[in-house]
Design a protein around this ligand. Sequence first.
Ligand code: T4K
Length: 403
Amino acid sequence: MNLKNRNETETLAVCGSAPVFDQMVPVGQLYYPSWESYEESFRAIFERQYYTNQGPLTEMLERQLEERLGVGNAICVTNATIGLSMLAEALEIKGRVIMPSFTFIATAQSLYWSNLTPIFCDVDPETHHLDFDQLEILLQKGADAILAVNLWGGCCDIRRLEAIAGSYGVPLYSDSAHGFGCVVDHRHLGCFGSAEVFSFHATKIMSSGEGGCITTNDDELAERLRNIRSSYGIRRQVKVDRTANGRMSEAQAAIGLLSLQDLDNRILRNKHLHEAYREVLDGVSGLKILIPAGVDKSNYQYFVCEVDEDGFGLSRDELNKALQMENIFSRKYFYPGMHRSPPFCDNYPSYLESQPQTDKICSRVIQLPLGARVDEDAVALIGRQILLMQKHSRQVRLALGVR
Ligand code: T4K
Protein backbone atom coordinates (compact mmCIF):
# COMPACT_ATOMS: atom_id res chain seq x y z
CA MET A 1 0.00 0.00 0.00
CA ASN A 2 1.59 3.31 -1.04
CA LEU A 3 0.38 5.90 1.43
CA LYS A 4 1.96 8.80 -0.49
CA ASN A 5 -0.31 8.25 -3.48
CA ARG A 6 -3.52 7.77 -1.53
CA ASN A 7 -5.66 9.77 0.76
CA GLU A 8 -4.58 8.32 4.11
CA THR A 9 -8.12 7.77 5.35
CA GLU A 10 -8.70 5.57 2.31
CA THR A 11 -6.29 3.05 3.82
CA LEU A 12 -8.49 2.56 6.89
CA ALA A 13 -11.09 -0.20 6.79
CA VAL A 14 -13.42 1.91 8.92
CA CYS A 15 -13.41 4.47 6.11
CA GLY A 16 -14.17 1.90 3.44
CA SER A 17 -10.81 0.35 2.53
CA ALA A 18 -10.16 -3.42 2.59
CA PRO A 19 -8.96 -4.63 6.01
CA VAL A 20 -5.22 -4.35 6.40
CA PHE A 21 -5.06 -8.06 7.34
CA ASP A 22 -6.76 -10.75 5.23
CA GLN A 23 -7.18 -13.01 8.25
CA MET A 24 -8.02 -12.44 11.90
CA VAL A 25 -4.99 -11.45 14.00
CA PRO A 26 -5.92 -12.45 17.54
CA VAL A 27 -4.77 -11.51 20.99
CA GLY A 28 -3.37 -14.63 22.65
CA GLN A 29 -0.27 -16.68 22.33
CA LEU A 30 -1.65 -19.64 20.35
CA TYR A 31 1.76 -21.23 19.93
CA TYR A 32 1.34 -24.88 19.01
CA PRO A 33 3.98 -27.57 18.58
CA SER A 34 4.91 -28.79 15.10
CA TRP A 35 2.60 -31.39 13.63
CA GLU A 36 5.45 -33.97 13.62
CA SER A 37 6.20 -33.62 17.35
CA TYR A 38 2.52 -33.64 18.18
CA GLU A 39 1.99 -36.78 16.11
CA GLU A 40 4.92 -38.55 17.77
CA SER A 41 3.66 -37.79 21.31
CA PHE A 42 0.12 -38.81 20.47
CA ARG A 43 1.22 -42.05 18.78
CA ALA A 44 2.92 -43.03 22.06
CA ILE A 45 -0.27 -42.28 24.04
CA PHE A 46 -2.30 -44.48 21.72
CA GLU A 47 0.28 -47.28 21.90
CA ARG A 48 0.14 -47.18 25.70
CA GLN A 49 -3.65 -46.90 25.64
CA TYR A 50 -3.47 -44.87 28.82
CA TYR A 51 -5.28 -41.61 28.27
CA THR A 52 -5.88 -39.93 31.61
CA ASN A 53 -5.78 -40.42 35.42
CA GLN A 54 -2.26 -39.25 36.17
CA GLY A 55 -0.52 -41.03 33.33
CA PRO A 56 3.21 -40.99 32.60
CA LEU A 57 3.14 -37.74 30.60
CA THR A 58 1.25 -35.86 33.32
CA GLU A 59 3.74 -37.17 35.88
CA MET A 60 6.64 -36.11 33.65
CA LEU A 61 5.15 -32.65 33.13
CA GLU A 62 4.72 -32.18 36.88
CA ARG A 63 8.36 -33.11 37.57
CA GLN A 64 9.58 -30.76 34.80
CA LEU A 65 7.42 -27.91 36.11
CA GLU A 66 8.73 -28.40 39.65
CA GLU A 67 12.30 -28.36 38.35
CA ARG A 68 11.80 -25.32 36.16
CA LEU A 69 10.00 -23.27 38.83
CA GLY A 70 12.09 -24.50 41.76
CA VAL A 71 8.95 -25.43 43.68
CA GLY A 72 8.21 -28.50 45.79
CA ASN A 73 4.93 -29.51 44.18
CA ALA A 74 3.29 -28.89 40.81
CA ILE A 75 -0.21 -30.33 40.52
CA CYS A 76 -1.53 -30.28 36.96
CA VAL A 77 -5.24 -29.67 36.49
CA THR A 78 -7.84 -29.41 33.73
CA ASN A 79 -7.77 -25.60 33.70
CA ALA A 80 -6.93 -22.73 36.04
CA THR A 81 -10.57 -22.11 36.97
CA ILE A 82 -11.00 -25.53 38.55
CA GLY A 83 -7.49 -25.17 40.02
CA LEU A 84 -8.54 -21.99 41.86
CA SER A 85 -11.65 -23.68 43.28
CA MET A 86 -9.68 -26.76 44.33
CA LEU A 87 -7.12 -24.57 46.03
CA ALA A 88 -9.70 -22.62 48.05
CA GLU A 89 -11.07 -25.98 49.20
CA ALA A 90 -7.64 -27.42 50.02
CA LEU A 91 -6.63 -24.31 51.98
CA GLU A 92 -9.78 -24.91 54.06
CA ILE A 93 -10.69 -21.24 53.86
CA LYS A 94 -14.05 -20.27 55.28
CA GLY A 95 -15.68 -16.87 54.98
CA ARG A 96 -14.39 -13.74 53.31
CA VAL A 97 -11.61 -13.52 50.73
CA ILE A 98 -10.11 -10.25 49.55
CA MET A 99 -9.46 -10.16 45.82
CA PRO A 100 -8.99 -7.39 43.24
CA SER A 101 -12.08 -6.15 41.42
CA PHE A 102 -10.02 -5.91 38.21
CA THR A 103 -9.55 -9.48 36.97
CA PHE A 104 -11.06 -12.23 34.82
CA ILE A 105 -14.42 -13.60 35.96
CA ALA A 106 -12.88 -16.99 36.83
CA THR A 107 -11.08 -15.51 39.85
CA ALA A 108 -14.31 -14.38 41.51
CA GLN A 109 -16.32 -17.40 40.37
CA SER A 110 -13.79 -19.77 41.98
CA LEU A 111 -14.75 -18.25 45.34
CA TYR A 112 -18.43 -18.65 44.65
CA TRP A 113 -18.00 -22.34 43.83
CA SER A 114 -16.30 -22.72 47.21
CA ASN A 115 -19.06 -20.90 49.13
CA LEU A 116 -16.71 -18.03 49.92
CA THR A 117 -17.58 -14.37 49.90
CA PRO A 118 -15.45 -12.14 47.66
CA ILE A 119 -14.36 -8.83 49.17
CA PHE A 120 -13.49 -6.57 46.24
CA CYS A 121 -10.40 -4.41 46.54
CA ASP A 122 -9.60 -1.62 44.10
CA VAL A 123 -6.34 -1.71 42.14
CA ASP A 124 -3.32 0.50 41.65
CA PRO A 125 -3.73 2.57 38.46
CA GLU A 126 -0.08 2.09 37.47
CA THR A 127 0.25 -1.68 37.93
CA HIS A 128 -3.39 -2.90 37.76
CA HIS A 129 -2.63 -4.99 40.87
CA LEU A 130 -4.14 -4.85 44.39
CA ASP A 131 -4.08 -1.39 45.96
CA PHE A 132 -2.21 -1.69 49.26
CA ASP A 133 -3.97 1.18 51.04
CA GLN A 134 -7.41 -0.25 50.39
CA LEU A 135 -6.16 -3.74 51.18
CA GLU A 136 -5.09 -2.63 54.68
CA ILE A 137 -8.49 -1.03 55.31
CA LEU A 138 -10.27 -4.23 54.22
CA LEU A 139 -8.00 -6.41 56.34
CA GLN A 140 -8.73 -4.26 59.37
CA LYS A 141 -12.45 -4.90 58.84
CA GLY A 142 -11.76 -8.64 58.86
CA ALA A 143 -10.96 -11.19 56.18
CA ASP A 144 -10.06 -14.86 56.06
CA ALA A 145 -7.67 -14.92 53.10
CA ILE A 146 -6.13 -12.84 50.33
CA LEU A 147 -6.37 -13.97 46.73
CA ALA A 148 -3.93 -11.84 44.73
CA VAL A 149 -3.96 -11.71 40.93
CA ASN A 150 -0.79 -11.26 38.89
CA LEU A 151 -1.63 -9.72 35.54
CA TRP A 152 -0.06 -9.13 32.14
CA GLY A 153 3.28 -10.87 32.83
CA GLY A 154 3.77 -8.72 35.92
CA CYS A 155 3.36 -9.43 39.61
CA CYS A 156 1.96 -7.73 42.73
CA ASP A 157 4.58 -6.50 45.17
CA ILE A 158 4.53 -10.07 46.40
CA ARG A 159 7.10 -9.69 49.21
CA ARG A 160 5.10 -6.84 50.71
CA LEU A 161 1.91 -8.81 50.28
CA GLU A 162 3.42 -11.85 52.03
CA ALA A 163 4.46 -9.63 54.95
CA ILE A 164 1.01 -8.03 55.22
CA ALA A 165 -0.79 -11.40 55.04
CA GLY A 166 1.60 -12.74 57.71
CA SER A 167 0.95 -9.79 60.00
CA TYR A 168 -2.83 -10.38 59.80
CA GLY A 169 -2.41 -14.15 60.07
CA VAL A 170 -4.35 -14.90 56.88
CA PRO A 171 -3.30 -17.17 54.03
CA LEU A 172 -2.21 -15.56 50.77
CA TYR A 173 -2.60 -17.37 47.47
CA SER A 174 -2.32 -16.08 43.92
CA ASP A 175 -4.08 -16.35 40.63
CA SER A 176 -0.98 -16.32 38.43
CA ALA A 177 -2.87 -17.35 35.29
CA HIS A 178 -0.81 -14.83 33.28
CA GLY A 179 2.48 -15.36 35.07
CA PHE A 180 4.19 -18.53 33.90
CA GLY A 181 7.90 -17.90 33.30
CA CYS A 182 8.06 -14.62 35.26
CA VAL A 183 10.81 -14.12 37.82
CA VAL A 184 10.76 -12.03 41.02
CA ASP A 185 13.87 -11.63 43.19
CA HIS A 186 15.59 -14.51 41.34
CA ARG A 187 12.66 -16.83 42.08
CA HIS A 188 10.05 -17.98 39.61
CA LEU A 189 6.45 -17.07 40.13
CA GLY A 190 4.92 -20.25 41.54
CA CYS A 191 6.97 -20.18 44.76
CA PHE A 192 5.15 -17.39 46.62
CA GLY A 193 2.46 -17.33 49.31
CA SER A 194 0.67 -20.58 50.22
CA ALA A 195 0.20 -21.54 46.58
CA GLU A 196 -0.27 -20.18 43.06
CA VAL A 197 -2.37 -21.20 40.08
CA PHE A 198 -1.27 -20.95 36.44
CA SER A 199 -3.40 -21.22 33.32
CA PHE A 200 -2.15 -23.31 30.39
CA HIS A 201 -5.00 -22.19 28.10
CA ALA A 202 -4.17 -21.90 24.39
CA THR A 203 -3.97 -18.12 24.73
CA LYS A 204 -1.21 -18.40 27.38
CA ILE A 205 2.55 -18.54 26.91
CA MET A 206 2.76 -22.03 28.44
CA SER A 207 -0.06 -24.06 26.93
CA SER A 208 -1.60 -27.49 26.97
CA GLY A 209 -4.63 -26.37 24.94
CA GLU A 210 -6.74 -26.26 28.06
CA GLY A 211 -4.97 -26.86 31.34
CA GLY A 212 -3.32 -25.38 34.35
CA CYS A 213 -1.27 -26.14 37.39
CA ILE A 214 -1.20 -25.39 41.10
CA THR A 215 2.21 -24.92 42.71
CA THR A 216 3.10 -25.00 46.39
CA ASN A 217 5.98 -25.71 48.75
CA ASP A 218 3.52 -26.97 51.36
CA ASP A 219 3.58 -30.78 51.06
CA GLU A 220 0.43 -31.33 53.15
CA LEU A 221 -1.51 -28.84 51.05
CA ALA A 222 -0.24 -30.61 47.93
CA GLU A 223 -1.51 -33.96 49.19
CA ARG A 224 -4.93 -32.49 49.88
CA LEU A 225 -4.96 -31.05 46.36
CA ARG A 226 -4.03 -34.42 44.85
CA ASN A 227 -6.85 -36.04 46.80
CA ILE A 228 -9.34 -33.38 45.75
CA ARG A 229 -8.23 -33.62 42.11
CA SER A 230 -9.46 -37.18 41.80
CA SER A 231 -9.69 -40.54 43.45
CA TYR A 232 -6.92 -41.64 41.10
CA GLY A 233 -3.30 -40.65 41.11
CA ILE A 234 -3.08 -39.84 44.80
CA ARG A 235 0.23 -40.45 46.49
CA ARG A 236 -1.14 -40.66 50.00
CA GLN A 237 -4.73 -40.69 51.18
CA VAL A 238 -5.55 -37.62 53.26
CA LYS A 239 -8.89 -36.46 54.57
CA VAL A 240 -10.72 -34.03 52.33
CA ASP A 241 -14.41 -33.12 52.47
CA ARG A 242 -15.08 -32.60 48.80
CA THR A 243 -13.46 -33.95 45.68
CA ALA A 244 -13.62 -32.80 42.09
CA ASN A 245 -12.54 -33.97 38.70
CA GLY A 246 -9.68 -31.65 37.92
CA ARG A 247 -7.51 -34.23 36.15
CA MET A 248 -5.22 -33.28 33.28
CA SER A 249 -5.43 -35.76 30.39
CA GLU A 250 -2.39 -37.30 28.71
CA ALA A 251 -3.27 -35.38 25.54
CA GLN A 252 -3.05 -32.09 27.45
CA ALA A 253 0.18 -33.15 29.14
CA ALA A 254 1.74 -34.10 25.78
CA ILE A 255 1.09 -30.61 24.43
CA GLY A 256 2.26 -29.07 27.72
CA LEU A 257 5.59 -30.93 27.59
CA LEU A 258 6.22 -29.71 24.04
CA SER A 259 5.22 -26.18 25.02
CA LEU A 260 7.63 -26.17 27.94
CA GLN A 261 10.54 -27.23 25.70
CA ASP A 262 10.28 -24.09 23.63
CA LEU A 263 9.14 -21.64 26.29
CA ASP A 264 12.28 -19.50 26.52
CA ASN A 265 12.32 -18.84 22.77
CA ARG A 266 8.71 -17.72 22.90
CA ILE A 267 9.36 -15.37 25.80
CA LEU A 268 12.26 -13.85 23.88
CA ARG A 269 10.09 -13.50 20.78
CA ASN A 270 7.37 -11.79 22.82
CA LYS A 271 9.96 -9.42 24.27
CA HIS A 272 11.06 -8.40 20.77
CA LEU A 273 7.45 -7.86 19.72
CA HIS A 274 6.91 -5.69 22.79
CA GLU A 275 9.93 -3.61 21.82
CA ALA A 276 8.63 -3.33 18.26
CA TYR A 277 5.25 -2.06 19.51
CA ARG A 278 6.97 0.43 21.77
CA GLU A 279 9.07 1.76 18.90
CA VAL A 280 5.87 2.78 17.11
CA LEU A 281 3.59 3.65 20.00
CA ASP A 282 5.79 5.15 22.75
CA GLY A 283 4.93 8.80 23.24
CA VAL A 284 1.66 8.74 21.28
CA SER A 285 -0.59 11.23 23.04
CA GLY A 286 -3.41 9.64 25.02
CA LEU A 287 -1.94 6.14 24.75
CA LYS A 288 -0.30 4.78 27.88
CA ILE A 289 1.69 1.58 27.48
CA LEU A 290 1.66 -0.71 30.50
CA ILE A 291 5.09 -2.06 31.40
CA PRO A 292 4.79 -5.39 33.30
CA ALA A 293 5.29 -4.39 36.94
CA GLY A 294 6.99 -6.04 39.91
CA VAL A 295 9.09 -8.62 38.04
CA ASP A 296 12.79 -8.97 37.19
CA LYS A 297 11.78 -10.95 34.13
CA SER A 298 8.41 -10.89 32.39
CA ASN A 299 6.95 -13.42 29.97
CA TYR A 300 5.58 -10.47 27.94
CA GLN A 301 2.46 -12.43 27.08
CA TYR A 302 0.21 -9.38 26.76
CA PHE A 303 0.76 -5.97 25.19
CA VAL A 304 -1.54 -3.66 27.14
CA CYS A 305 -2.37 0.02 26.61
CA GLU A 306 -4.75 2.47 28.17
CA VAL A 307 -6.58 4.88 25.91
CA ASP A 308 -7.38 8.34 27.25
CA GLU A 309 -10.14 9.60 24.97
CA ASP A 310 -9.30 13.28 25.39
CA GLY A 311 -5.62 12.82 24.64
CA PHE A 312 -5.95 10.20 21.91
CA GLY A 313 -8.96 11.57 20.07
CA LEU A 314 -10.90 8.29 20.13
CA SER A 315 -12.31 6.33 23.01
CA ARG A 316 -11.02 2.84 23.74
CA ASP A 317 -14.25 1.36 22.35
CA GLU A 318 -13.98 3.39 19.15
CA LEU A 319 -10.36 2.37 18.66
CA ASN A 320 -11.27 -1.25 19.38
CA LYS A 321 -14.08 -1.19 16.79
CA ALA A 322 -11.89 0.41 14.14
CA LEU A 323 -9.15 -2.18 14.79
CA GLN A 324 -11.59 -5.09 14.53
CA MET A 325 -12.59 -3.81 11.08
CA GLU A 326 -8.93 -4.24 10.08
CA ASN A 327 -9.12 -7.87 11.30
CA ILE A 328 -6.97 -6.82 14.25
CA PHE A 329 -8.75 -8.59 17.10
CA SER A 330 -7.71 -6.44 20.02
CA ARG A 331 -9.50 -7.14 23.29
CA LYS A 332 -10.76 -5.15 26.25
CA TYR A 333 -9.78 -7.46 29.09
CA PHE A 334 -11.36 -7.07 31.58
CA TYR A 335 -14.73 -5.50 31.11
CA PRO A 336 -16.56 -4.79 33.30
CA GLY A 337 -14.92 -5.06 36.73
CA MET A 338 -16.01 -7.90 39.00
CA HIS A 339 -18.11 -5.54 41.14
CA ARG A 340 -20.17 -4.70 38.02
CA SER A 341 -20.42 -8.28 36.74
CA PRO A 342 -23.36 -10.54 37.51
CA PRO A 343 -24.04 -12.04 39.97
CA PHE A 344 -21.72 -9.89 42.09
CA CYS A 345 -23.23 -6.51 41.08
CA ASP A 346 -26.65 -7.77 42.21
CA ASN A 347 -25.49 -9.54 45.33
CA TYR A 348 -23.01 -6.89 46.54
CA PRO A 349 -24.26 -3.50 45.24
CA SER A 350 -22.27 -1.67 47.93
CA TYR A 351 -19.12 -2.08 45.79
CA LEU A 352 -20.57 -0.25 42.80
CA GLU A 353 -19.21 3.13 43.88
CA SER A 354 -16.09 1.98 45.71
CA GLN A 355 -13.80 0.81 42.90
CA PRO A 356 -12.98 3.99 40.94
CA GLN A 357 -9.60 2.85 39.61
CA THR A 358 -10.99 -0.44 38.35
CA ASP A 359 -13.84 1.44 36.65
CA LYS A 360 -11.38 3.81 35.00
CA ILE A 361 -9.05 1.03 33.82
CA CYS A 362 -11.96 -1.07 32.53
CA SER A 363 -13.07 1.83 30.34
CA ARG A 364 -9.58 2.45 28.93
CA VAL A 365 -7.65 -0.78 28.68
CA ILE A 366 -6.96 -2.58 25.39
CA GLN A 367 -4.75 -5.56 24.51
CA LEU A 368 -3.07 -5.67 21.11
CA PRO A 369 -2.21 -8.91 19.29
CA LEU A 370 0.93 -10.79 20.27
CA GLY A 371 2.03 -14.40 19.91
CA ALA A 372 2.30 -16.97 17.15
CA ARG A 373 0.24 -15.12 14.53
CA VAL A 374 2.12 -11.83 14.90
CA ASP A 375 5.57 -10.87 13.67
CA GLU A 376 7.44 -7.56 13.55
CA ASP A 377 5.89 -6.62 10.19
CA ALA A 378 2.43 -7.20 11.64
CA VAL A 379 3.29 -5.05 14.66
CA ALA A 380 4.45 -2.27 12.34
CA LEU A 381 1.18 -2.47 10.38
CA ILE A 382 -0.96 -2.50 13.53
CA GLY A 383 1.01 0.47 14.89
CA ARG A 384 0.64 2.34 11.62
CA GLN A 385 -3.13 1.84 11.52
CA ILE A 386 -3.41 3.08 15.12
CA LEU A 387 -1.45 6.22 14.27
CA LEU A 388 -3.62 6.83 11.21
CA MET A 389 -6.77 6.31 13.27
CA GLN A 390 -5.55 8.91 15.71
CA LYS A 391 -4.54 11.37 13.00
CA HIS A 392 -7.93 11.04 11.31
CA SER A 393 -9.96 10.53 14.46
CA ARG A 394 -12.73 12.87 13.31
CA GLN A 395 -13.32 10.89 10.11
CA VAL A 396 -13.05 7.62 12.04
CA ARG A 397 -15.72 8.79 14.43
CA LEU A 398 -17.98 9.90 11.61
CA ALA A 399 -17.50 6.56 9.87
CA LEU A 400 -18.38 4.78 13.11
CA GLY A 401 -21.53 6.85 13.35
CA VAL A 402 -20.34 8.85 16.36
CA ARG A 403 -21.08 12.57 16.28
N1 T4K B 1 -7.50 -15.89 36.04
C1 T4K B 1 -7.20 -14.98 35.11
C2 T4K B 1 -6.62 -13.67 35.54
C3 T4K B 1 -7.41 -15.25 33.75
O1 T4K B 1 -7.14 -14.33 32.81
C4 T4K B 1 -7.94 -16.51 33.40
C5 T4K B 1 -8.20 -16.84 32.00
C6 T4K B 1 -8.22 -17.44 34.43
C7 T4K B 1 -7.98 -17.10 35.74
C8 T4K B 1 -8.80 -18.79 34.13
O2 T4K B 1 -7.93 -19.60 33.37
P1 T4K B 1 -8.52 -20.87 32.54
O3 T4K B 1 -9.57 -21.53 33.39
O4 T4K B 1 -9.05 -20.34 31.25
O5 T4K B 1 -7.31 -21.77 32.35
C9 T4K B 1 -9.60 -16.05 27.27
C10 T4K B 1 -9.21 -17.40 27.81
O6 T4K B 1 -10.22 -18.37 27.61
C11 T4K B 1 -8.89 -17.38 29.27
O7 T4K B 1 -8.05 -18.49 29.52
C12 T4K B 1 -8.18 -16.10 29.69
N2 T4K B 1 -7.95 -16.01 31.09
C13 T4K B 1 -8.97 -14.89 29.25
C14 T4K B 1 -8.30 -13.59 29.63
O8 T4K B 1 -9.10 -14.93 27.85
P2 T4K B 1 -11.63 -15.40 25.78
O9 T4K B 1 -12.95 -16.06 25.70
O10 T4K B 1 -11.58 -13.94 25.72
O11 T4K B 1 -10.60 -15.92 24.67
P3 T4K B 1 -10.92 -16.54 23.28
O12 T4K B 1 -11.09 -18.00 23.40
O13 T4K B 1 -11.99 -15.73 22.63
O14 T4K B 1 -9.53 -16.28 22.53
C15 T4K B 1 -8.98 -15.00 22.29
C16 T4K B 1 -8.70 -14.86 20.78
O15 T4K B 1 -7.90 -15.90 20.31
C17 T4K B 1 -9.96 -14.85 19.92
O16 T4K B 1 -9.80 -13.79 19.00
C18 T4K B 1 -9.95 -16.17 19.19
C19 T4K B 1 -8.50 -16.59 19.20
N3 T4K B 1 -8.32 -18.01 19.37
C20 T4K B 1 -8.59 -18.57 20.60
C21 T4K B 1 -8.43 -19.92 20.81
C22 T4K B 1 -8.75 -20.52 22.16
C23 T4K B 1 -7.87 -18.78 18.34
O17 T4K B 1 -7.64 -18.26 17.23
N4 T4K B 1 -7.64 -20.11 18.55
C24 T4K B 1 -7.93 -20.71 19.75
O18 T4K B 1 -7.73 -21.94 19.90
O19 T4K B 1 -10.98 -15.95 27.13
